[in-house]
Design a protein around this ligand. Structure first.
Ligand SMILES: Cc1cc2nc3c(=O)[nH]c(=O)nc-3n(C[C@H](O)[C@H](O)[C@H](O)COP(=O)(O)OP(=O)(O)OC[C@H]3O[C@@H](n4cnc5c(N)ncnc54)[C@H](O)[C@@H]3O)c2cc1C
Length: 502
């Protein structure tokens, strides 16, 4: 057995949630280990839709342009009718980008490519997942967690101050902590397979047998690859032939066509749909994120996105606590994220019901831009606001011009691991600068000029207001000039006390 090593955070599971959390921690200088029981990266496409809110998070993490370059947008859905004709419709309702919401279209990127980009970015911070390394035991005490691992070098005990279970729907960590996972098995079993095929064009998401659960089949060209993803419901029990021959037969039977030939299957799975939510997201020094905390049908493409956003919410808080912020800051993680997952379970299940009848439309609700935490203990308004954006809501973007003359965006100012404090037409100097906080003054005499009033339109600030944006892009506090003491208190609680001046 190797010597016991000590690390700030041990992350179990290197899927989208674990990788995003590792990035959030690594860019804040937290020591971590990211373990993954599979010997190789996950090879499947399953979570292929990247929603606009996740695009904003990926922009903040410095990978959005790589994601866009590697993937593409969704093609129209092509529904084939009994008489051989077809109708094309847009997959998602979307609007043109606005100053406040620059990303409006879901992107398509197979999950294995998204995870590859997350791993590449993580390696830029000096970390890589440890593959073939499995968590097999957990004990915790008031100072930390003792984790038993088994990996290529044999058994090992790791001491970590915190453990995060990012280990998927069957989470070992959730079981080890005996956290309940109530919910429903939805009585739908489905196949998902990545294949090479001929006979279908790549300009549409081909759908056969819509509204008939025995015949439904969706075949989607996977952007960034030569593959197609096949999805379709299958009988609740019994073996399913996921080979080239088996899938070719399924496609022929459901499409009524003999010209679609599958040449290779690179990944395939048959799975039963569930909607379940963990009773708790945290037990002392152990936390859950991603599918370990919530699972639901893939309709609406919410799972990977919600998992990435869990990690984005937890990352800065956990890093702040490791650096000395009050541990109570972590309570806000479950407080903010569990209700979001509960809503998402409802949405995905409603969309599944609509899909069963062939009537699924995905509107703005799948974009996740309206997710926010206005009731959170971290949302401060002094005085309470009567209109406009509220504390706890997503911080809108706004085109600005730097006093030096260059065009920029508010999101450029937010990009990175820091907090951002925006003073509207006020003198710099009434809030003490401190590590981890960037202060910008917006106004004719500030360092940022709101040339076209986009900032004013999005935030509806009064002259002299301070708007504090959290590291995950939500508004933490909105306070008037004469309430700046409340801001000092808030920042101290969040782990950003003023450093005494010498
Ligand atoms: C058909 C299908 C389509 C989907 N489409 C979408 C979509 O369009 N958009 C979307 O957002 N989501 C989609 N999803 C959901 C998405 O794939 C998941 O929500 C996402 O993978 C969750 O990420 P995660 O990191 O939490 O978990 P996972 O991806 O499951 O990763 C968990 C990791 O933990 C590892 N692990 C488990 N136990 C241990 C252990 N003891 N020790 C070490 N490692 C361990 C596992 O090997 C795994 O790699 C889809 C899912 C399916 C099935």
């Amino acid at each position: 057995m190797k010597d016991q090593t000590v690390v700030d955070v041990l992350i179990c599971g290197a899927g989208a949630a674990g990788l995003t959390l590792a990035l959030e921690l690594a860019r804040r200088g937290i020591s971590l280990r990211l373990i993954e029981k599979m010997a190789h990266p996950f090879p499947g496409s399953r979570g292929k839709g990247i929603q606009p809110r996740t695009q904003e998070i990926f922009e903040n993490l410095g990978i959005l342009d790589r994601i866009v370059a590697a993937g593409g947008t969704y093609p129209p859905e092509r529904r084939y009718h009994e008489d051989g004709s077809h109708t094309d419709t847009e997959v998602v309702e979307h609007q043109a980008p606005t100053a406040a919401e620059p990303y409006q279209r879901p992107l398509m990127l197979p999950q294995f490519l998204t995870e590859g980009i997350l791993r590449e970015r993580l390696s830029e911070f000096g970390h890589t997942p440890e593959f073939a390394c499995e968590l097999i035991g957990v004990e915790q005490d008031q100072d930390g967690v003792t984790a038993s691992l088994t990996g290529p070098a044999g058994a090992e005990t790791v001491r970590a101050r915190w453990l995060v279970g990012a280990d998927g729907g069957r989470s070992f960590v959730r079981h080890a902590l005996d956290i309940g996972f109530p919910g429903n098995t939805l009585g739908v079993r489905a196949v998902v397979a990545d294949v090479m095929l001929t006979g279908l064009s790549r300009d549409a998401w081909h759908r056969f047998g819509d509204g008939d659960m025995a015949r439904q089949l969706a075949i989607c060209p996977l952007a960034g690859t030569d593959l197609f993803q096949i999805q379709g419901p299958i009988p609740a029990t019994g073996d399913i032939d996921l080979s080239v021959a088996g899938l070719t037969a399924m496609v022929a039977a459901r499409s009524g066509r003999d010209d679609i030939a599958i040449q290779a299957v690179t990944w395939a799975s048959a799975y039963s749909m569930n909607a379940r939510l963990a009773d708790r997201y945290r037990v002392e020094r152990v936390l859950l994120i991603g599918d370990a905390a919530h699972i639901h049908p893939p309709t609406g493409g919410q799972g990977l996105n919600t998992s990435v956003q869990d990690a984005s919410n937890l990352g800065w808080k956990l890093a702040a606590v490791v650096h000395g912020a009050p541990a109570a800051l972590l309570d806000s993680y479950e407080e903010e994220r569990r209700p979001v997952a509960a809503d998402m379970l409802g949405l995905a299940t409603r969309l599944l019901d609509a899909q069963k009848c062939g009537e699924m439309r995905r509107g703005r609700e799948v974009h996740q831009l309206d997710i926010g935490y206005p009731g959170s203990s971290l949302a401060l308004e002094q005085p309470p606001r009567t209109g406009g954006v509220q504390a706890g809501e997503r911080a809108p973007d706004a085109p600005l011009r730097g006093a030096g003359g260059q065009a920029t965006r508010l999101f450029d100012l937010l990009r990175g691991p820091h907090w951002t404090l925006l003073g509207y037409q006020i003198e710099r100097g009434s809030v003490v600068p401190r590590p981890g906080l960037r202060i910008h003054i917006i106004g004719p005499h500030g360092d940022m000029i709101d040339e076209h009033d986009d900032f004013r339109d999005a935030y509806a600030p009064a002259i002299g207001d301070w708007i504090l944006v959290r590291p995950d892009g939500y508004i933490g506090a909105m306070v008037a000039a004469d309430k700046v003491d409340a801001l000092e208190h808030y920042l101290a609680h969040a782990g950003l006390p003023a450093v005494p001046q010498r």
